[in-house]
Design a binder for this molecule. Structure first.
Ligand code: PA5
Length: 429
């Protein structure tokens, strides 16, 4: 039996009363968000998406995934930010990268401008059957546009223009943008990013679902998980809403001068989930020269790098630990006659048990050292819980950003570097 996502605030110094003081404010935000869906206002489409998702597009995703599984060894995913991180987070979390049979390998480009990175991939795919999915809501992001120009050319050389057309899939907004125009002109197969869903809230749309489905991930279960979360976290009463409690707790800690949140897990497969979470909160909340700085750690790896700072550095940090209670597999540590490594005291124990004790010991050490810890518990890591977690954090981010008094759905600051880069590249001459 799955218990869903459970939040534990006992290591935060935050009382139930502290949380409930936000009840009215949260109710107000909750109602405003729900009203904005009714009014079809910008960027809140993701709130009801798990239940109202486009069923036709969904079937199309499955068909494309099936075709790619039959004719490709490599699936090249072109995208950056919200048009890439969600898919990668789920794929890395749920697939075994060392098991190659019956699987399509996903490679990611368009998430940087580095020629070495791209050349290595060009080299690697030269003798492989490939398909490509370019994902860009705006259809004009420089990184993904450059990668698409390079890989479209490569595919046309390899398969001919008509052959390439059958292997190139475009995910972009309906009816506008450069990518949309290319798709129409070249008659590429197209999937749509809903207009009212912003990039970093779009992982459950074709943006994330096609790459996931190609790897064999059961997207029905992902959606089911998100649907259950949509229902659960639409509870307006803060007392009964774990997601809203998380949003409030991080704001209380922020008021207590904790302006850096370190999101950590003891599951290395969640590395890209942390990256997705960082982008979700960073782009949503870092505005008006305020906001919690989101960063991440994978333990126990990072106990041997950032651990020292967290234990004894500046006391402006708090941690949010995602505790996945049950491990999918395990290893029992053997007994050694000689015991030269002095490990016999844990002989017979499961490695997951040792990992858990490391977690408990670390939480205690960090809390004793003045670092509040929010613990988010899930029973297992699977399609359903990942669907739940995605929705949980998206909703928490919207509520948290609204408590902070910023618009969690825009990203005006991202334009600044682009203006400078375009000027330096002579775009306007
Ligand atoms: O969350 C966001 O909106 C951004 O991170 C975008 O996803 C990112 O900039 C890529 O944009 P686009 O999908 O338009 O290429």
């Amino acid at each position: 039996m799955e218990n869903g996502i459970k939040i534990n605030l006992k290591y935060t110094g935050i009382s139930n009363n502290d949380i409930l003081k936000y009840s009215e404010k949260v109710k107000e935000i909750h109602n405003k968000l729900n009203k904005s869906i009714e009014k079809k206002q910008e960027f809140t489409g993701w709130i009801t998406w798990p239940q109202l998702y486009d069923k036709k597009e969904y079937e199309k995703i499955k068909k494309i995934a099936n075709k790619v599984q039959n004719d490709s060894e490599v699936f090249i995913v072109i995208g950056i930010g919200g048009s890439y991180l969600g898919a990668r987070a789920v794929i890395e979390a749920l697939t075994n990268k060392y098991k190659k049979e019956n699987k399509v390998e996903v490679l990611y480009v368009g998430n940087n401008l580095n020629p070495n990175y791209i050349n290595e991939i060009i080299d690697y795919v030269s003798d492989k059957e490939i398909s490509l999915n370019v994902i860009s809501k705006s259809g004009k992001t420089t990184e993904s546009a450059i990668a698409f120009r390079i890989f479209r050319n490569l595919m046309e050389n390899k398969y001919g223009v008509d052959g390439a057309r059958k292997r190139i899939f475009i995910t972009t907004t309906k009816r506008k943008g450069a990518l949309y125009k290319i798709a129409m002109q070249e008659k590429y197969i197209k999937l749509s990013v809903p207009e009212n869903i912003g990039g970093r809230y779009s992982v459950l749309t074709p943006v994330g679902l096609l790459p996931m489905a190609v790897t064999g991930i059961n997207i029905d279960e992902i959606i089911k998980g998100a649907q259950s979360a949509q229902e659960k976290y639409n509870e307006e009463n803060l007392k009964y809403n774990e997601c809203y409690k998380y949003a409030v707790a991080r704001n209380i800690l922020y008021e207590r001068e904790k302006n850096i949140e370190i999101f950590g897990t003891y599951e290395p497969k969640m590395f890209y989930f942390i990256e997705w979470w960082k982008q979700l909160f960073g782009e949503s909340e870092g505005k008006n020269y305020s906001g919690i700085f989101p960063t991440g750690v994978t333990y126990t790896t990072d106990l041997h790098s950032l651990g020292q700072y967290i234990q004894e550095g500046r006391r402006n940090v708090f941690e949010t630990i995602l505790n996945i209670k049950n491990s999918e597999s395990d290893i029992v540590l053997g007994y050694d006659e000689e015991n030269l490594d002095e490990l016999n005291y844990i002989a017979g124990k499961n490695l997951s048990y040792v990992n858990k004790k490391a977690m408990e010991g670390t939480i205690k050490a960090h809390v004793d050292g003045g670092v509040p810890n929010i613990i988010i518990n899930v029973d297992y890591l699977n399609e359903k819980t990942i669907g739940q977690l995605i929705y949980f954090f998206e909703k928490a981010c919207a509520i948290s950003g609204s408590i902070l008094g910023i618009n969690p759905f825009d990203q005006p600051g991202v334009e600044k570097y682009k203006e400078n880069m375009f000027k330096l590249l002579g775009k306007y001459e």
